[in-house]
Design a protein around this ligand. Structure first.
Ligand code: ZN
Length: 154
């Protein structure tokens, strides 16, 4: 990941990102008739991800990820799976919008994004934004929504 500076907050954010990268939460794959999964790639970085999730006719009952790629793409996926459990579809879509807004340089809404604010520094590196949004685009597609990107690419 890029060096985003040396002040204390950025050091903290770097620690959070590396922790999720090294100890991914909810890694794995959900199988079964009621599981939905979507694979996406980010060719500009080489990141690959598969998001699988299960809805019990309501909130997101389970969401997991598998993949390989840079620390930003994997940490974002790990944080996302943690943040989305138990959320309704509307809440998940709203969180995705808030996260992408932050990466576009908007304010970081800490109360709604939690650990994800650690990725706010990515906004300074536009080429890495696709790394951070890869898992989210796969999740939205899995929920039956659509993303602005082309098929198969974030
Ligand atoms: Zn990447």
């Amino acid at each position: 990941m890029p060096d985003v500076g040396d002040d204390a907050l950025e050091d903290l954010y770097r620690e959070v990102i590396l922790d999720h990268y090294k100890n991914p939460r909810h890694a794995g794959r959900i199988t079964g008739e009621d599981a939905v999964e979507v694979e996406l790639q980010n060719p500009t970085c080489g990141d690959e991800i598969r998001i699988s999730l299960r809805l019990d006719g309501g909130p997101i009952a389970d969401v997991r990820f598998e993949g390989r790629g840079c620390s930003i793409s994997m940490a974002s996926a790990s944080m996302m799976t943690e943040a989305l459990r138990g959320k309704t579809l509307d809440q998940a879509v709203g969180m995705s919008a808030a996260f992408k807004g932050m990466l576009a340089g908007g304010p970081a809404a800490e109360e709604s994004l939690g650990d994800l604010v650690a990725l706010s520094g990515v906004a300074q590196f536009p080429v890495r934004v696709k790394c951070a949004t890869l898992a989210w685009n796969a999740m939205i597609r899995a929920l039956g929504g659509s993303t602005a990107g082309g098929r198969g690419d974030a």
